[in-house]
Write a protein that binds this ligand. Sequence first.
Ligand code: UGA
Length: 435
Amino acid sequence: MHVAMIGTGYVGLVSGACFADFGHIVTCIDKDAGKIERLKSGGIPIYEPGLDKLVAQNVQAGRLFFDTDAAEAVKKADAVFIAVGTPSRRGDGHADLSYVHAAAEEVAKLVDGFTVLVTKSTVPVGTGDEIEAIVKRVRPEADVAVVSNPEFLREGAAIEDFKRPDRVVVGTDDDRAREVMRELYRPLYLNETPILFTGRRTSELIKYAANAFLAMKITFINEVADLCEAVGADVQQVARGIGLDNRIGGKFLHAGPGYGGSCFPKDTLALVQTARQYGAPIDLVETTVKVNDERKKAMAQKVIRAVDGQDLSGRTIGVLGLTFKPNTDDMRDAPSLDIVPALQAAGAKVQAFDPEGHEARQMLADVDFKDSPYDVAEGADALVIITEWDQFRALDLDRIKLLMKRPVMVDLRNIYKPDDMKARGFAYTSVGRPG
Ligand code: UGA
């Protein structure tokens, strides 16, 4: 099959490379000429494990191409994917669909013969109808079926998630489109991955409902963690104890500093807006958004308590991890963006290290960026782990302790054991665990 992928952001690039790896001929298109040039010469604009190799292999095999001009690829395409950004609109939290609409308009002008136009971008319920209307307005005679096919990729594990998904969701009522989508995902079909065909609006809502549910699950365990601290229980054991019940499931029950990233914050807000707009507000999700926002802000207080202070004047706080989670360079809505300024507002001098969080240099002011966890520990009154990069799990703790002014550690990801840390002489605070 021939595929045109509009947008070479995170979703477009991963999906394009994976479809090429399935054996299809894929052209990834982006208006950003610099980005396309970089991709053509083997550079990958984002950090995602394994993506550089996958792109290189498929370019070499003659299945993956990059272009700034959509014309040729769209004309040939059996399926055109729209994978452009849908950021939160400033002010009201609605998803901004201007890029999606512009892409639909451009594709409508270019298609040749029956073409499936697929939204991969996360779009609010009803967007498929809007795209269909745009196509009809721009090219009434175009033979296009508009399909919803949301992605469920996690940053840092995106290739694995694409190739071995729990399910694929396809929203369409068109039989020809169904055949094209089946063919595109054929390798998964052979693996017995469930491919769920639904109506288009249902498929659009599945994406939001999935992300909102996961965000709610994390927020639930975070509140339980606070309760654990109050009553002297251990949240990790509570999570295991409830997670072994198949109806609950053990995943996404890691308590921490609150969820961040490019998806949960944006998608929960957009779902709240859609629900209100249709007169069917979802209180649980509204509360989730509020509780998570407050949590990210409250984490700085935890640090202040741990260093035994009213404020942090004259104190140096070392921060390990700034990205919203490990194995990504993504800083969007990262808890660090709330925690670090709050520590500074309390008077602290902050020194930090993240293996990939280069963007943090633009997003966080007055931070002394260091080159290793040990540089961060040097002279610090407390060390705060915000993101659980693997390299932070294997620190030389004796060395860290010697380097620090005072051996205080606040582990917001529960990567160390309280007993162990106490035995090593640290004043150790974690999330929802006694000790
Ligand atoms: C999320 C979903 O997991 C994907 O299925 C979805 O496709 C994607 O959004 C999207 O809509 O594009 P992602 O944002 O990459 O993926 O990252 P997650 O691994 O889901 O983590 C999100 C946030 O929740 C992170 O800040 C993470 O630290 C936090 N988290 C996650 C917890 O605090 N506890 C957990 O148990 C799990």
